[in-house]
Ligand binder design. Sequence first.
Ligand SMILES: C[S@@+](CC[C@H](N)C(=O)[O-])C[C@H]1O[C@@H](n2cnc3c(N)ncnc32)[C@H](O)[C@@H]1O
Length: 390
Amino acid sequence: MSISNNKPKSKQDLKTTTSSATDNAESADHLSAVDSAAAKLGESDIQPAQEPVTDKSTSDELSFVHDAVLLQETVAAVLGVRSLPKQTDDTGQNSLQMSGIYVDATFGRGGHSRLLLSQLADDATLIVFDKDPTAISVAHELASTDSRVKVVHDSFATLTDSLAAMGITKVDGLMADLGISSPQIDDGSRGFSFMRDGAVDMRMDTSRGQSVAEWLEKVDDETLANVLYEFGEERHSRRIARAIKQMDSYESTLELAEVIKVAHPNWQRGKHPATQSFQAMRIFINNELGDVDSFLEQSIPILKSGGQLAVISFHSLEDRRIKQFLQRHSKGQYLEDENLPMPPKRPRYFSKPKRVGPSKDEVSQNPRSRSAWLRLATRSDIEYVTDDKQ
Ligand SMILES: C[S@@+](CC[C@H](N)C(=O)[O-])C[C@H]1O[C@@H](n2cnc3c(N)ncnc32)[C@H](O)[C@@H]1O
């Protein structure tokens, strides 16, 4: 395959599209409500999902174009370079032509994947993951025109096993752009929206697992309240849980949102009272935090020495986990619970952990980028040792 066939033709090709709904408080709050700092911002200040314009099957859901958040920074980080060449043209001029094996753990509509591909050589491989069947159909479309792309319809928590099934045990770079996409929010039938009616589903992967409605039928008040508190930081979780459990059925997101709204004693200006509860149920039903933890742990044995990890998050529950993971594996801290007089230190599996936010320019051009953080680090040459205490 000729690499020039796959290169973006212009900067415009690397732009992403999101529906106008992502400008509203709902999309923003879905993605960042638990970040109290972000929650204080105006609705257009908060980061929504970013989705590129490439998917014809969903193009009617998409109505305006914008730059993907931290796109250049993330792709440069995963390639281990300071910055990307200014522009790659049709002939491949200015492409870094990097060889190696890379993973985009959250394909979405492929914004990050496409820019990365523009910098890869013909012999490179890009494995893309997504839970979402529509995202996966877009990924298959891309793979059908670019033999460097391999597609996995599964959680990135299956990283090691999915790569092993392809005969891959080490990779040069891993990137993930966490959360949900604009098309997922904008399609009311997916159940993520409290402003568009639909089934109370909220699964990213609609081909498996239980929907939120199925879970709500079975869950007891206390467990529900704990989920609302833990994953939505909803201070009125008990009262809201009781009201939800008094509902006759869970068939409509708008009905569910209304019940939460009525039960919520403390409305905040510019923020729907169901924001945090919807976010909590979404995070819970998709096991979002568990998947992130698992992905991060697997990055240690999977990354080659010198390999790069780049993860974008949009709220503090995720960012905190990524930060703590990188601290744990880069600081050489003493292991806890050791009775030895000289307890051993944790191996420094990563070096140069760094946090990158959007530039002023990016924020002014795209206010949604404000709450995004990219954390990156380089895998050291210390060999991975399986040890529960690590
Ligand atoms: C913010 S979007 C990514 C957008 C993408 N970077 C782009 O440029 O189009 C997040 C995507 O990750 C997917 N996703 C979230 N958690 C996942 C997981 N644990 N495993 C696989 N995919 C996941 C969602 O289905 C969604 O399509």
